[in-house]
Design a protein around this ligand. Sequence first.
Ligand SMILES: [Zn+2]
Length: 353
Amino acid sequence: MFEKSTWIRLPRNVVVGHGVIDQVVDVIDDLQLQGRPLFVTSPTPREVAAEPIVTAFEATGVEPAVVTIEKATFDAVERVIETANAEDVSYLVGIGGGKAIDIAKMASYHLEMGFCSVPTAASHDGIVSNRGSVPDGDTRHSVAAEPPLAVIADTEILANAPWELTTAGCADIISNYTAVMDWRLAHRLKNVEYSEYAAALAEMTAEILVDNADLIRPGLEESAWVVTKALMSSGVAMSIAGSSRPASGAEHLFSHQLDRLAPDAALHGHQVGVGSIMTAYLHGGERGIWRDIRNALASIDAPTTADGLGIDDKTVIEALTTCHEIRDRYTILGDGMDERAAREVATKTGVID
Ligand SMILES: [Zn+2]
């Protein structure tokens, strides 16, 4: 008796390219979203992206409500929900980097309203995925959220974002290699549900990015194109899997733990990249692919050491030995690393010296 079923939720419109910010009104029209939108943005994206979109909407006789958030917190989510209710809006648009989009995504999930994503930085795969993450005290919560109905990614705007945000997006994609290794391991050992399609797509996305590493250079719109398409593809892999497994393994646990131990020290993508070097070593030993991962990161200017992250060695070791406790996600870290073993992997891979 066959009893499996799956429900794959994907964005309906994905628009990427030069100047596509001018098409936001058309994309919303195409989705047949009616009524008033609520824009969720942060200070810089407000200027470069949200204001022109407000003007475009006003020209059609629709006046969007706007909330500008400074920090990604649960309070900010609350504020967006309150504004949505008070202003009688019917859908949300997140315009900005990770922060604004995560907040809009989580608020729309709570409000049971549609949500569109207009990223202004290609810094992580949250711009397409159906998960949001927000710091809460000294922890970070990854929670269920709405996948966007549409993603509108203007490569001209993305290319002008700070370069380190783009390299962080690349590193987040490169970490798919180890995320998929952890997923397979968890499938074999713990019977975790596994999708061959999602795993293959996540790996292939990382491979294409690494193959195109030469194109990834500061200020080049082509770079924004390559990275954004990879982030979309990674998001689709997560949608097919119905979980973040294809793009999130032990290297993500390591990064989440760094967020608690050294808040705001480094970007998410950069932390997972360094984590990925070490967990690749744990998977494959000396002859594994850890060097390929390290070289790929180095070739796109992403950090490969604790120093490069601006995080001290002790904190790296502490994160390695404790991050398995963060959530119930089986990875190569098993029930936790011994401190000497952690020091050894970090030293052998050159993450610490
Ligand atoms: Zn990530």
